[in-house]
Write a protein that binds this ligand. Structure first.
Ligand code: SF4
Ligand code: SF4
Length: 315
């Protein structure tokens, strides 16, 4: 077992790069691996076959970076005030700005350079959403928040409007303590979810992606079942309802960090979206122009037109 090194300077460096919070977890087997296997086995991952395909890589961080000893977990606030105008597309807050993968990866690369300079011969690998790793598990182990019933990671000080980034490294830093906490008796997100996508099974709260508006409007290929489509409401890309109602996301006088807007210029709303009617008829060249560098591109040309038509029908 290598000697564990203090992480104070690493954390100072991460905060200086603009991350909101930072912690360290040991690069071990993720605690939710078996629960995840069960979840996928039940079909709750819907059509996202990559979730099963990547399972072997998720078993241990060492499969993504040989000799990984630590995982540095960071968060970056993407919150911003939103005002939805009737007849315009409703887009989840995280997707209003530029592609967050690039923003987080660039910052994590800078942190990786710092680690390599400080610890010559060390190797790092940034992971932002697209790598097969349990981000929330390691962020929880790194002390950054607890699992809410809506399955989001919640930091009681800051809420849940943040991205999680991970940096795998061969440097053995001293790990932090896992975050202990919970929702108590609150059920606001479960009560507010229009499709009943948050379910309690096997003694834990789980997300049935097949019913989740976020999945349906972004990942689901083809037509959306009529019963679910009627509940999609005006969401055109993603859904923020279970975060909007969460008490941990409400601003508090004695808690200056909760509910504050992001300071990251790339996450602020960058473009004016066409109306739902225009979006439902958009030409491919205009779609290409409109969504360049935007997370909304993930829904695809056919997907966004389908969603816009559903939104119009639901009005
Ligand atoms: S994102 Fe929307 S549909 Fe999905 S669980 Fe949350 S409230 Fe329900
Ligand atoms: S709304 Fe309530 S139950 Fe849901 S995640 Fe927030 S605190 Fe937990």
């Amino acid at each position: 077992m290598p000697e564990r090194l203090p992480s104070e300077r690493l954390k100072e460096e991460a905060l200086a790069l603009g991350f909101q919070s930072v912690g360290v977890a040991a690069a071990d087997r993720p605690p939710h691996l078996d629960a995840y296997r069960q979840w996928v086995g039940k079909g709750y991952g819907a059509s996202m076959s990559y979730l099963t395909r990547h399972l072997p890589l998720k078993e241990h961080p060492g499969k993504l970076l040989e000799g990984a000893q630590s995982i540095v977990a960071v968060t970056l606030n993407y919150n911003q005030p939103v005002e939805h105008k009737p007849g315009s597309p409703r887009i989840a807050r995280y997707a209003l700005g530029r592609d967050y993968h690039k923003v987080l990866r660039n910052k994590l690369r800078k942190l990786a350079s710092w680690i390599r300079n400080e610890y010559p011969g060390s190797v790092c690998r940034p992971c932002v959403d697209s790598a097969p790793i349990f981000e929330r598990d390691f962020a929880n182990l790194a002390g950054l928040g607890f699992f809410g019933k809506n399955t989001m990671l919640i930091d009681p000080k800051r809420g849940s409007w943040f991205f999680i980034g991970l940096l795998l490294t061969t440097v053995a830093f001293e790990p932090d303590h896992p975050f202990e906490g919970g929702c108590g008796s609150c059920t606001k997100c479960i009560d507010a979810c229009p499709t009943g996508a948050i379910v309690y099974e096997d003694q834990r709260w789980q997300l049935d992606a097949r019913r989740c508006i976020s999945y349906l409007t972004i990942e689901h290929p083809g037509e959306i079942d009529a019963e679910l489509a009627s509940k999609v409401g005006e969401w055109t890309f993603g859904c923020d309802i279970c975060q909007e109602v969460c008490p941990f996301n409400q601003p508090r006088e004695n808690n200056p960090e909760r509910g504050v807007p992001t300071e990251e210029p790339d996450f602020k709303q960058l473009r004016t979206w066409p109306s739902l009617v225009e979006l439902s008829q958009i030409a491919i060249a205009d779609w290409d122009e409109l969504t360049r560098g935007s997370p909304v591109r993930r829904a695809g040309f056919d997907g966004i037109k389908r969603n816009a038509k559903i939104n119009i029908a639901n009005r």
